[in-house]
Write a protein that binds this ligand. Structure first.
Ligand code: P1T
Length: 385
């Protein structure tokens, strides 16, 4: 089945009781059993819920995997993956990633004895060199948040397979419409479903998709034992979001491309981070593993003062200043003080995330309106160069 059809039909089965075409919101905590242990496959809603089951099936189908698992947030999904490990195990991860993932690794799991090596994953050699006998997991974001770096998923999978290491790819920025890491050799795909999967900025949720049954069972055991499950209403919202994922991503990519090129030629802009540019260092890899380049763009002004950055961040009218991304409406964000504030400044700067970087989540409004908005906001810095 083609992707466009999958987005509409994955996980959708008419309700056996009523024929309802949309999966009902099973707002229940428990299920009545006929006799002890005699039930319809549902015992207690932390372990199973039919709305969640429909969503998990849909997630698996659209990522091209066998099994999906939904979590109460993206970080809860990441948390479950790291809980596969034990003290002394080592993880190789990128040096540019969502600040909350870095915080989870460095402030929570480090004290439980898990060791994290942060490397520049745009060069596979850095990853290969970081492998030790204790390495159990490679954690990759591609494109990265917020610098839009690209890692070669097939290359990472080769390193992982050769060394008997798991590869988990955080596919949040691309979404399943643009990139399917399992087909490139990853063992686990992680999503902040809060973003493109939900698409409407009205839900917090996370997801994992897996092919291997034993690995799925381990992660399911963690999901039900630790309890970070999403409620049925949220599952319904993400199921609904998935139906329009394909067409939304087409428009995000279309608008993203227009805005990236507008920024690149703007006289007040110093640098634009977007993997669709032929001179982006990861462009050829991005082209080979992504269907299009999505709606995430970061940029820096030639005037690299906080004053100028603040003028743009506060000056847009259509782009709302907010954390998060992937919704239908455009957002503007200041990673250094917002989404990536938990990364020590020294680390951020070393890895190329400047104090004045501005990140855009380009929505699905009219591209010309969005460009006019950015143009007027950047214009507010004129005369301050
Ligand atoms: O917010 P939550 O659903 O828990 O997802 C965490 C997460 C994981 N991975 C990536 C790549 C992410 O971007 C996020 C969340 N990011 C933001 C809130 C943000 O504005 O960057």
């Amino acid at each position: 089945m083609k992707k466009a059809t999958q987005f509409i039909h994955a996980g959708a089965h008419p309700d056996p009781g009523t024929g309802a075409i949309m999966t009902p919101i099973f707002q229940t905590s428990t299920y009545v059993q006929e006799a002890p242990g005699v039930h319809k496959g549902y015992e207690y809603a932390r372990s199973q819920n039919p709305t969640r089951a429909a969503l998990e099936e849909a997630l698996a189908v659209i990522e091209g995997g066998q099994f999906g698992l939904a979590f109460s947030s993206g970080v809860a999904a990441t948390d479950a993956v790291i809980k596969l490990l034990k003290p002394g195990d080592e993880v190789i991860c990128g040096n540019d990633m969502y600040g909350g993932t870095y915080r989870l690794f460095s402030k929570i799991f480090l004290k439980f004895g898990i060791v994290f090596h942060y490397v520049d994953m745009t060069d596979l050699k850095n990853v290969a060199d970081a492998v030790t006998p204790a390495t159990r997991l490679i954690w990759a974001e591609t494109p990265t948040n917020p610098l839009m770096n690209i890692a070669d998923i097939k290359g990472l999978a080769n390193i992982a397979k050769t060394n008997n290491i798991l590869l988990c790819v955080d596919n949040t920025f691309a979404s399943p419409a643009l990139q399917n890491p399992l087909s490139l050799g990853a063992d686990i795909v992680m999503h902040s479903a809060t973003k493109y999967l939900s698409g409407h900025s009205d839900v917090i949720q996370g997801a994992l998709v897996i092919n291997d049954k034993a690995l799925r069972d381990e992660l399911y055991f963690i999901q039900k034992s630790c309890g970070a499950v999403p409620g049925p209403m949220d599952c319904f919202l993400v199921l609904r979001g998935i139906k329009t994922l394909g067409i939304r991503m087409e428009r995000h990519s279309f608008n993203g491309e227009k805005i990236a090129h507008f920024l690149k030629t703007h006289p007040a802009v110093k640098k634009v981070y977007w993997p669709g540019f032929t001179d982006h260092p990861g462009h050829e890899i991005a082209k080979s593993q992504m269907h299009s380049f999505g709606g995430m763009i970061s940029f820096e002004l030639k005037n690299d003062t906080m004053d100028a950055a603040r003028k743009v961040l506060s000056g847009t009218k259509l782009f709302s200043l907010a954390e998060s991304l992937g919704g239908v409406e455009s957002l503007i964000n200041h990673p250094a003080s917002m989404t990536h504030a938990s990364i020590p400044r020294e680390e951020r700067i070393k890895n190329g995330l400047s104090d004045t970087l501005i990140r855009l989540s380009v929505g699905i409004e009219d591209a010309d309106d969005l460009i006019a908005d950015l143009d007027q906001a950047i214009g507010l810095t004129a005369g301050h160069e």
